[in-house]
Design a protein around this ligand. Structure first.
Ligand code: S3P
Ligand code: PEP
Length: 438
């Protein structure tokens, strides 16, 4: 069990007294860490994860894999530097019980893994996990030959009756509510008897960089993957059956969690350096270089990392965020402080994230005096002078960091349950006050 750290105390969001000038070491990527854990668990030899993210979502993933019989040793790396986890893929077992918390990656990526276990695996989680869509994964696994007991809503809780192996083959799903359906099937695909061919039939598909991340990481452990981008059919991904290698992988910093720190440079007209920003990455947070530059900053990517500088002005933006939906709360917070209106589009699926993020951002920014309206697929934000007040987080880590961004510029903002940042960034309050030189 990795408890949901809820803290009803109010956290006074620090107000910036001047331009920030800081270097912030951002911990590892949630999305990379959890994919690396799954791929290492499915491999045919041991592997290492170096600089993994240690947060609620990744500890839930590690706990779930351990419950299914995988050994994960937490320690320092082979060369003695930094934290490293050694994964020993010792066979997938049931019966087991998995707590997914409210982690999309755990609730979507692990049912296909459980189908390969040799007994039943029961999945349960936070109340919100019952509301997040899982139908794409459930329907697909049934098409591929798995037996699943659920209550027919296409969501948790459920039990996957692992049979030790899965036929696999072609499958058609609508992944318009979450790219994680596609990633989930591809990640386990090499271990299905016939591999897998995933055809997305919906009108839209969010978070494409996260699907590219899945494909890149599969290829890095030796899988053969055909994609629309490598000359295949549009909306079709194919994974050939085969053994996966155990690798020694250094996890990149979480660029989406770098967002509030970059925003601090933008909002205060200061400068923030993020060491180890990768020169090439599939992480959606890399798009911040372009988005926050359009909103008034400038950046330089050096061998050391990313140096981001604010100009003192913040401009509104009209942007389609469908590929990078998880950046929306932080962009909305900056947009609320800008000198012109913003329109954020292409993110209807955010209503099904940790909370209904479109409703939550609208309500909380407006309660501080803002002028935000929801559109069919996003937000329209007209900046107004904001005032202090309580910023509720709805158990959503990115709501907490969005509130902290506003607090830099607006005195008297108090974040309810800042501890919810533990989902992906447990050190957030310390990193934030450290950045401000407190
Ligand atoms: O695969 C992943 O690691 C993720 C995919 C995205 O999910 P959706 O496609 O459901 O938005 C993203 O929002 C989430 O934070 C992480
Ligand atoms: C949507 C998110 O998370 P999850 O992996 O739970 O879907 C997120 O981190 O913004």
């Amino acid at each position: 069990m990795v408890p949901n750290t809820a803290d009803t105390a109010l956290w006074p969001a620090p107000h910036a007294s001047g331009a920030v000038d800081a270097t912030v070491h951002v911990p590892g990527s949630k999305s990379v860490t959890n994919r690396a854990l799954v791929l290492a668990a499915l491999a045919s030899e041991p592997g290492w994860l170096r600089r993994p993210l240690r947060s609620r979502d990744t500890l839930l993933m590690a706990g779930a894999l351990r419950a299914m019989g995988i050994e994960i040793e937490e320690g320092v790396g082979p060369d003695g530097t930094g934290e490293a986890w050694r994964v020993l893929p010792t066979g997938l077992r049931g019966p087991a019980t998995v707590d997914v918390g409210n982690a999309g990656t755990v609730m979507r990526f692990l049912p296909p893994v459980a189908a390969l276990a040799d007994g039943p695996v029961r999945f349960d989680g936070d109340p919100r996990s019952y509301e997040r869509p899982l139908n794409g994964v459930i329907d697909a696994l049934r098409q591929l030959g798995a037996r699943i007991d659920d209550d027919g809503r296409g969501a948790l809780p459920l039990t996957v009756h692992g049979g030790g192996a899965l036929d696999g083959g072609p499958v058609a799903i609508d992944a318009s509510s979450s790219s994680q359906f596609v990633s989930a099937l591809l990640l386990s695909g090499p271990r299905f008897n016939q591999g897998v061919e995933v055809r997305h039939t919906g009108a839209t598909l969010p978070s494409l960089p996260h699907i590219r991340m899945t494909v890149d990481m599969l290829r890095a452990v030796g899988a053969q993957v055909d994609t629309p981008e490598s000359g295949g059919e549009p909306n079709v991904w194919r994974v050939t059956p085969g053994a996966l290698l155990g690798r020694d992988l250094v996890i990149e910093p979480d660029l989406s969690n770098a967002q509030p720190f970059l925003a601090a440079a933008l909002v205060t007209g200061g400068r923030v350096t993020i060491p180890d920003w990768p020169a090439r990455t599939t992480q959606p947070g890399d798009r911040l270089r372009e988005i926050f530059t359009e909103m008034g900053g400038s950046c330089e990517l050096t061998e050391y990392g990313l140096v981001f500088t604010g100009s003192g002005s913040i401009h509104g933006i009209d942007v389609d965020l469908s590929e990078v939906g998880e950046l929306t709360p932080g962009i909305a917070a900056v947009a609320a402080l800008a000198d012109s209106p913003s329109t954020l589009r292409g993110v209807a699926h955010l209503r099904l994230h940790e909370t209904d993020r479109l409703a939550a951002l609208t309500k909380e920014i407006n309660e501080l005096g803002g002028d935000v309206t929801e559109t069919a697929d996003g937000l329209h934000i007209r900046p107004r002078r904001l005032h202090g007040g309580i910023f509720h987080t709805y158990d959503d880590h990115r709501m907490a960091t969005a509130g902290a961004i506003i607090g830099l510029a607006v005195e008297g903002v108090q974040i309810e349950n800042v501890a919810t940042t533990a989902k992906t960034l447990p050190d957030f309050p310390d990193l934030w006050t450290g950045m401000l030189g407190a």
